[in-house]
Design a protein around this ligand. Structure first.
Ligand code: SAH
Length: 466
């Protein structure tokens, strides 16, 4: 079983610094179930590849305390696919071989840690359960990977035996080293049906740590979590609850007090939602979309206004949509109210005909969750294809972060934010979009402005045509 990681970043030999593995050395690491060898099959300034070769010892597998299930002797314990496939052993090897990189450290070239680099990954045999190809794509593609799969036949000499359950998997993405390794660490064992480890609360910690910043917004987070934790419902529920707690600082209402004494505190988010609703009313829209609706706070406000005949909420997260349904008390609504609402799952980075034909769309605190390299796709999806007459969009104002005491200057407000823009950056972006797609643009602050840094959040109102 081999894992190859290749970069074409220039000079590609930086991979040695990033992974803390010298390109001229062949290294062997001892694992509880065998060995892992690390070496470079190719190295050059244009292209460098590191290999992690897993050498699982079937005898160690059976002897070790963390062996596979089963009492006494069973041939299956000695003769199985474990030595040859990418499984949770690969995650153990990745964590051991590349621990500094996984923790976001690079001693000699720290400036590379946060840089997205062009990577290609080859995994020689990935065992895939039923519906394997779909599952592999569903896990990797939402994270931005280009996936290519080659299915293996059971035996080349007896093709009528059909296909095996093994794939060669190739991935390509421009991404940070830490994100790449974390994705592999979590997703490889989540694909595999057999786990070698004894699953306990400790695994939740590992999953949450390695899934930090990406798993909670992954559209398949439920399935990944369940599969990673070997379908143990109680553990999966615990993990999912904790994942969903990862809410943005300012969506939890911890914003600095902006209220007059004596008045009930209105969080920044409530104010923002109120302002968005007001602007949508002013636009005259009757059919509105809430894109990235989350648990449906805005949808709830819009329902109170009879002007809106149709309200559709879309989110990439099924879990958020379930929450929205619950919070809206959808099941108890009158048929007439129900008819006004639609909630559906979808991603803003793929063209979607369901988004066409609306008068207005809201995109509240969502774009900062999109990878910068998917932003262009989002722009086309919304401004070119869906093209509602009015778009009300908000995003944090990065300059305001200094006002949050609990936030380090260089931190973002939420660990799933991929970027946060200054007022100038936002205005530039909105201006360009306006020009390109023929929208008039108005920019407004959201929340009280502080001297020199502006308001905590910012809004752009786009109106189609001139
Ligand atoms: N608009 C809501 C939620 C903001 S949190 C509110 O203001 O309360 C950001 C939301 O964007 C999350 O619910 C997340 O699931 C969703 N999201 C992230 N990436 C997305 C994508 N590519 N497509 C659709 N929704 C996405």
């Amino acid at each position: 079983m081999i894992l190859n990681i290749t970069t074409t970043h220039y000079p590609a030999t930086d991979l040695g610094f990033l992974l803390h593995k010298h390109p001229d050395k062949f290294q062997t690491l001892e694992l509880s179930i065998g060995k892992a060898h690390v070496f470079y099959p190719e190295k050059g300034d244009d292209r460098t590849t590191i290999s992690l070769l897993l050498d699982v010892d079937p005898i160690d597998l059976v002897r070790g305390t963390r062996n596979m299930a089963g009492d006494g002797f069973a041939l299956g314990q000695y003769v199985n696919d474990r030595p040859y496939v990418a499984s949770s052993f690969m995650s153990v090897a990745i964590a051991k071989a590349f621990s500094s990189a996984m923790n976001g450290r690079c001693k000699d070239k720290p400036e590379l840690v946060d840089v997205a680099l062009p990577f290609e990954v080859l995994l020689t045999s990935v065992p895939a359960p039923k519906g394997g190809e779909t599952l592999i794509r569903k896990f990797f593609e939402p994270l931005g990977y280009t996936v290519s799969l080659q299915k293996h036949t059971l035996d080349d000499k007896f093709t009528d035996w059909g296909d095996s359950k093994y794939f060669t998997l190739r991935l390509a993405h421009t991404i940070t080293t830490q994100a790449l390794l974390s994705h592999l660490y979590v997703l490889i064992p989540a694909l595999d049906n057999d786990k070698h480890y004894y699953v306990n609360d400790h695994e939740i910690e590992k999953l949450l740590e390695k899934g930090k910043g990406w798993l909670h917004s992954h559209p398949e987070k439920e399935q990944i979590t369940r599969r990673y934790l070997v379908h143990l419902l109680s553990l999966s529920r615990k993990a999912l609850d904790r994942l969903n707690e990862e809410l943005p600082l300012e969506l939890t209402g911890e914003a600095p007090t902006e209220t007059e004494p004596g008045k009930k505190k209105e969080s920044l988010h409530d104010r923002r939602i109120g302002l968005v609703a007001e602007k949508l009313v002013a636009s005259g829209a009757e059919r509105v979309l809430d894109l990235g609706c989350g648990e449906g706070k805005l949808v709830r406000q819009l329902l109170k206004k009879p002007q809106f005949r149709e309200i559709a909420g879309m989110d990439v997260s099924y879990h958020e949509l379930l929450k929205a349904r619950e919070r809206l008390h959808f099941d108890e609504m009158s048929p007439k109210q129900k008819e006004r609402i639609q909630l559906f799952q979808g991603s803003l980075t793929y063209r979607d005909r369901r988004l066409e034909g609306y008068d207005a769309a809201a995109v509240v605190e969502v774009i900062e969750h999109l990878d910068v390299n998917r932003l262009k796709a989002f722009e086309r999806v919304l401004f070119e294809f869906a093209r509602p007459k009015t778009i009300v969009l908000t995003t944090p104002n990065q300059e305001y972060n200094v006002m949050w005491e609990t936030l380090e200057a260089e931190d973002m407000r939420h660990n799933d934010h991929r970027f946060e823009w200054t007022r100038q950056q936002f205005a530039d972006w909105a201006g360009e979009i306006g020009k390109k797609y023929n929208y008039k643009v108005e920019i407004l602050p959201v929340g009280d402005e502080a001297p020199g840094v502006g308001a905590p959040s910012q809004m752009a109102i786009f109106t189609y045509g001139n």
